[in-house]
Design a protein around this ligand. Structure first.
Ligand code: AMP
Length: 395
């Protein structure tokens, strides 16, 4: 796996695909600069080598050229993060951009205009990719958030750089982290899967059954399993068309020697609301009119023991409706247990959507070994798919 550390960028122009699709407020101010900060180590290393940097990204989902999606808005924030002035061109391909790029000096940073102002970007158009490729000597992909897309700038462009292409430090770290969980993991390996539906996690479950020793199932998914096993789940969320699938997963797990841990008790509520009445009940004895919205105390004790005994931990999906304070306890506790295990030397990866949001919300981010930056991309990696943006560099 080639990274920027395998290259000396002295007097070279690096064209870097970054993910600067950052949130903006009504005055076009950046409200969260995490993605820009995440690309800084890659940019800094290239500049320190004595190279120059051409940054390309998308922002939002523009239909053609729309000023509100101009990357011009974020120039000030990139300058703040990098601690230096940068240049901006109001296009990403063409003669003018080529001239500006050709005149870059070592230490210069140039930001191109939104790639998605051209429909060719998302179509993965080779001619468009070739025009982008012309601008740089070495192609660097550091955009994990779009690595699951075969777009011109994320994958197709790599064809125009035979040996001169590599991963940026962020993307390399993402790949390394997932490999630490799914490939070169220290045992016992535990996956904690939560979230609302079995159907959206089924491919992940099937892929990781070969790689883990324990699988903790929590959140809304629980009830499809419990109902399939003959339990009473009251009004809890359930996918009735996935009952057979749930039984099949349990069978597969048994055959593969994976221990599945379902909640034994839950916090049930008489309404899907923060101020609902609640009671702790056995997971398979939820009264009619009540629904399970969080893991119960006995369950959390069991989850705690498994998590603290693990050497490798993957967390995807909350174990309760953590957005409501009344049902956040289970997710907070699970986060705390993972933090504790990590402190004792386990490797922990949090990835994919809502668990990342939960970890940030509860201030646990720095206590995990790695928190993934790419929602959809991480989910596809967990599903065992080869991401186009990664394959394009490896080929
Ligand atoms: P997902 O996007 O599939 O990872 O699901 C995340 C969502 O699942 C979060 O918004 C949680 O509020 C929700 N969730 C977790 N537990 C439950 C539950 N017991 N009932 C309904 N929704 C839940």
């Amino acid at each position: 796996m080639k990274t920027i550390n395998d290259f000396n960028f002295k007097d070279k122009k690096a064209i870097i695909r970054v993910d600067f699709n950052v949130p903006l407020d009504a005055n076009f101010k950046v409200t969260d600069a995490t993605r820009i900060e995440a690309a800084k180590p890659t940019i800094d290393k290239i500049l320190q080598d004595g190279g120059s940097v051409i940054l390309m990204s998308h922002l939002g989902r523009p239909k053609g050229v729309e000023n509100k999606y101009s990357l011009q808005h974020i120039v000030y924030k990139i300058e703040e993060v990098l601690g230096k002035k940068i240049q901006f061109v109001n296009d990403c391909v063409g003669a003018n951009v080529e001239t500006v790029a050709a005149n870059l000096k070592p230490g210069d940073v140039l930001l191109l205009e939104n790639l998605r102002f051209y429909a060719e970007e998302e179509k993965g158009d080779p001619n468009f990719a070739e025009k982008l490729a012309k601008l740089g000597d070495i192609y660097v992909n550091d955009a994990f958030g779009t690595a699951h897309r075969a777009h011109a700038s994320t994958a197709i462009i790599a064809d125009f750089f035979t040996n001169k292409k590599c991963f940026g430090l962020l993307l390399a770290k993402e790949i390394e982290s997932i490999n630490k969980v799914l490939r070169d993991s220290e045992k016992p390996v535990t996956a904690i899967l939560g979230g609302s539906k079995v159907s959206s996690k089924i491919t992940i479950i099937e892929n990781i059954l070969d790689k883990v020793n324990h699988m903790i199932i929590g959140g809304g998914m629980t009830y499809t399993f419990v109902k399939a096993l003959g339990g009473n789940i009251g009004n809890s969320i359930c996918e009735d068309d996935k009952l057979d699938l749930a039984i099949e997963i349990l069978k597969q797990a048994k055959a593969k020697g994976v221990q599945i841990h379902l909640p034994v008790d839950v916090v049930a509520a008489d309404d899907f609301a923060n101020n609902a009445a609640t009671q702790v009940v056995n997971v398979n004895q939820i009264p009619d009119g009540w629904q399970g919205l969080d893991a119960g105390p006995k369950t959390l004790e069991i989850f705690k023991r498994i998590i603290l005994d693990s050497k490798t931990i993957l967390w995807n999906g909350p174990v309760g409706v953590f957005e409501m304070e009344s049902f956040a306890n289970g997710t907070i506790k699970v986060g705390d247990y993972i933090a504790e295990a990590t402190k004792s030397g386990a490797f922990s990866l949090v990835g994919g959507g809502d668990s990342v949001a939960a970890v940030k919300q509860f201030g646990l981010e720095d206590k995990m070994s790695y928190v993934s930056t790419g929602g959809g991309a991480m989910l596809e990696m967990l599903e065992g798919k080869t991401l186009p943006g990664i394959a394009a560099i490896l080929n």
